[in-house]
Design a protein around this ligand. Sequence first.
Ligand code: HEM
Length: 79
Amino acid sequence: MPDLVQKYTRSQLALRNGQDRDDIWCAFKGIIYDLSTSRLWRNGKHYEHWAGQDLTDELTDAPHSDSVFNRFPVIGELV
Ligand code: HEM
C-alpha cells in the first residue's frame, strides 16, 4: 500500500516560517498544520513563538490548549 500522508523534514518545515515563503506551517506532536490563514500568526510570529518548527514543547507557555489546532488544515507528518 502506498503511504498517502505527505512527509516533511525539519529543514523543509523551516522554510515555511512566513518569512522565506508565504506559507506558515507549524508542527505539533508530529503533525504539521497550515496556519497561513490565521491573523494571530501573521508573518509566522505568534507571541514570541515562530512558525517553521516543532512547537510541541512550547505549548506549555500558552494560555490555551492544543484545541486551537483543530480548525486548521493538516499538511502532513514531520519526519
Ligand atoms: C506566550 C505564549 C502564547 C500566548 C500568549 C498565546 C495566545 C493565544 C491567544 C490569545 C489565542 C487566541 C485565543 C484562543 O484561541 O484561545 C491563540 C491562538 C492560537 N495559538 Fe497561541 N499563544 C501562545 C503560544 C502558542 C504556542 C506555543 C502555540 C503552538 C504550539 C500556539 C498556537 C496557537 C494557535 C494554532 C492558535 C489559533 C490561531 C487562530 O485561531 O487564528 N500558541 N494563542
